[in-house]
Design a binder for this molecule. Sequence first.
Ligand SMILES: *Cc1c(COP(=O)(O)O)cnc(C)c1O
Length: 359
Amino acid sequence: MHKKLFIPGPVDVRPEILEAMATPMMGHRTKEATALQKGISEKLQKLFFTESHILLSTSSGTGLMEGSLRSLTAKRAVVFSVGAFGNRWFQLAQSNNVPADHVEAEWGDPTFPEMVDKYLSTGNYDVFTITHNETSTGVMNPVEAIAEVRRKYPDVLWLMDAVSSMGGAKIEVDKLGVDVCITSTQKSLGLPPGLAVCSVTDRALEHGKQVKYRGSYLDLLELYKYVEKKPFQYPSTPSLSHMFALDKQLDYILNVEGLENRFARHAEMAEITRAWADEHFKVFSKKGYESMTLTTIANTKNISVGNLNKKLGELGYQISNGYGDLKEKTFRIAHMADRKVDELKELLAILDKIIPEML
Ligand SMILES: *Cc1c(COP(=O)(O)O)cnc(C)c1O
């Protein structure tokens, strides 16, 4: 039986998008492939609120995190982490021999702009990373305030993980001044997993020229070279199936639902979930910094989250246990991509029924 997914990726995919994944193949060096890729880039620029280049990578989002950090850090990176996915940046730096420092917040807290100011003011860094939406703790970082202090350090490149929020929350990449903004298909965009997307500024690509060993498959400069020289093609065979589906989903997001409606729907679902969580448990993330696309809930009643999910599964629903060290201490309800407000209410009503039976 298919379970209705309230997990932070992979998300449920609308039937017409699953059908688009089954579009018959074409050559990836054809004019048609170029047109498809060019169209996708233009639509993604609207979603990202950017005029920068768009690059697609046939990998999951982690691929572009690794690729951007490795191919753009010439001196030293500072990783601002607020949870498990923030820590992933640091692990990627270490395993690629990229010099980096790790600044980890208390879990549940955001990256405060003062921290960014303090570290960037040392002049030690040419790159910093921010997690827009930390999927473990359910924290959404105050990126406008971070952008404000960052204006003092315009030469430091800003890499941002927006894997679980792009498509669900408004992220104005150019206004913020983000140099590389990364997302994956299987979260708020509402597609199957397997493709990653980023925006990249000219100055970031220029800066990367100083890096001697940028790797190859995930080197942003190499990806861009192909996009530029052979318009909108890629060095190796990309996942065309994802591209057919992404093109269709972007038309839906931009022209059928509309960006503002989509953001408003996510905000409404987040509000409903938080209110429910505070009534029965407690929202884990610090007030004022809660995510729009998922809610992490402190398990204040000490229920077995594993059992809860088993019971939900029998009824055709799935939520997420806490991530890593937060397993059983928290649980997570994702409200992202094309999930509807009524479907969320349906889940919460079921939780209201089964949780009292578990106490
Ligand atoms: C899911 C997730 C990732 C990892 O993305 P993949 O596409 O699985 O590689 C990274 N960061 C955040 C915030 C995520 O939610």
